[in-house]
Design a protein around this ligand. Structure first.
Ligand code: HEM
Ligand code: HEM
Length: 133
């Protein structure tokens, strides 16, 4: 397995643990849980689920279509962009939610943009990779 694929899977599992801890914390402290729902949701769905799909997809989809990955470079760059984006979103969302820190709203927007770029890079790279055999 490519080292970066292993890292996608490692990070996915780290986000899974972090997402579940956030969910558990929300049950323990319901009075502040509202600020953390988007953090919990995106750690689980973008962190665990999407990051796992990135890793497994990059490993398996080229094999299914009998080709090599279109751009190994995009696969590696996307790893950093996706992680920076998600960590930025998770860190800034609770502060942005309170609405008293304009800097956190900018950080949330910037990191959401990074996450969206990562999605676009994945879509492009996989679309260029898969072909009918
Ligand atoms: C031990 C594991 C988990 C705990 C303790 C937990 C806890 C919670 C809590 C307390 C809420 C807020 C409910 C509310 O007040 O409306 C919530 C919402 C949510 N959780 Fe979890 N969760 C866990 C695992 C997961 C996992 C694994 C996923 C996804 C893969 C997930 C996806 C969601 C989603 C999408 C919402 C938002 C639902 C909505 O839109 O109202 N959770 N979770
Ligand atoms: C660039 C990527 C993404 C951005 C910028 C984004 C942004 C947002 C925003 C702004 C909200 C509303 C949060 C609020 O209530 O204040 C939201 C909610 C939600 N998003 Fe995303 N999202 C992204 C990707 C995803 C993905 C990939 C999934 C699922 C696979 C997802 C699932 C959800 C769910 C389930 C909710 C509802 C959570 C709730 O009940 O509060 N999002 N997202």
């Amino acid at each position: 397995m490519e080292p970066v694929v292993v890292w996608y899977i490692r990070m996915s599992l780290i986000y899974f643990v972090a997402g579940v801890i956030t969910g558990f914390g929300m049950l323990l402290w319901p009075e502040v849980s509202g600020y953390y729902i988007p953090v919990h949701v995106h750690l689980n769905l973008m962190g665990f689920m999407a990051m796992m799909i990135y890793g497994v997809g990059y490993h398996i989809l080229p094999k299914f279509s009998g080709s090599l990955i279109y751009s190994p470079r995009i696969m590696k760059v996307q790893f950093w962009i996706a992680n920076a984006g998600l960590i930025g979103m998770a860190a800034s969302w609770p502060f942005a939610g309170r609405g008293d820190c304009p800097l956190s709203e900018t950080a949330l927007l910037a990191s959401a943009l990074l996450s969206s770029i990562a999605v676009a890079l994945f879509a492009f790279n996989i679309l260029k990779t898969v072909k009918s055999v």
